[in-house]
Design a protein around this ligand. Structure first.
Ligand SMILES: [Zn+2]
Length: 272
């Protein structure tokens, strides 16, 4: 019989919590450490739908990428959305655990899995953590250079379809061979992507000024530099199957299931 502790101990080996960014709050936020764990559900987010799925499927634990509590929540009464989910999780004996920036940086972590899904060869951290092989984002070569348009189509085929699709800034005919990426909101790593000679940076949640300024900066340096903005959820959801497999090897008597629910918040887009 395995416990929640056995799963979180295995997770600690895969994604050491002390490596998480300082502002981050991964780990166990609800549940009893020594309660039995037979089934764990993996998801990018803990939404009310994901919790319902966990309760209906008799799961003992939800392992999410995003911490359920992060930021300025200060009320956990059932009148608040977060409070209602947390109280329901506790009442139904569903523990909540997350591996966030500590899962972003490792080999076979969130960005590494995205890089490998895109077929990049031997991806290396874009922002390396000194003295380790870990780091945020990834940079690598494509096995075959291709145009930006073909690469964007390739990216779109490698991730789950979402309403937002794949947005591209750059010349469709630009030749792409060096790719930098960061699964999730990687706008803060744009300078590193430009400085490391990437032809394109793939990430999510790029804001207007962040994107425009990066393009201008690359242009001032005489560089062709493209941006590809993809769904945050779709970029990170690829990692869940890898994580489930790694955990199943470490704790074989627990069943690890990846949720089918799409927690991308966008439902549709219209164009003129
Ligand atoms: Zn994320």
């Amino acid at each position: 019989m395995s416990s929640i502790f056995d799963v979180t101990a295995a997770a600690q080996v895969l994604w050491p919590e002390h490596r998480a960014d300082e502002w981050d709050r991964p780990g166990l936020i609800a549940g009893q450490t020594f309660a039995e764990c037979k089934k764990a559900l993996l998801s990018v987010d803990v939404s009310s739908d994901v919790l319902e799925e966990a309760i209906a499927g008799n799961f003992d634990l939800i392992i999410s990428h995003h911490p359920f509590l992060l930021g300025s929540d200060h009320e956990l009464s059932a009148q608040s959305a977060k409070g209602a989910v947390l109280l329901s999780a506790i009442k139904n004996d569903v523990a909540l655990f997350s591996a966030h920036t500590n899962a972003d940086i490792v080999t076979d972590g969130v960005s590494d899995v995205l890089a490998k899904a895109l077929g990049l060869i031997d991806p290396k951290p874009l922002v390396a953590i000194e003295g380790t092989i870990m780091g945020h984002g990834r940079i690598a070569e494509l096995s075959q250079p291709m145009t930006l348009l073909d690469f964007a189509r390739h990216v779109s085929r490698c991730i789950a379809p979402t309403a937002g699709g794949v947005r591209v800034a750059g010349d469709p005919e630009q030749r792409i061979s060096t790719v930098a990426l960061c699964a999730g909101s990687g706008g803060s790593f744009l300078d590193e992507a430009i400085n490391h000679g990437a032809d394109v940076f793939v990430t999510s949640d790029l804001r207007h000024h962040t994107a425009s300024d990066a393009i201008e900066r690359a242009r001032a340096l005489g560089r062709s530099f493209a941006l590809i903005d993809i769904s945050h959820w779709a970029a990170e959801a690829l990692w869940l199957e890898v994580a489930a497999k790694q955990l199943a090897e470490a704790v074989p008597d627990v069943k690890f299931v990846v949720s089918d629910l799409r927690t991308d918040p966008w439902d549709f887009a219209v164009t003129q």
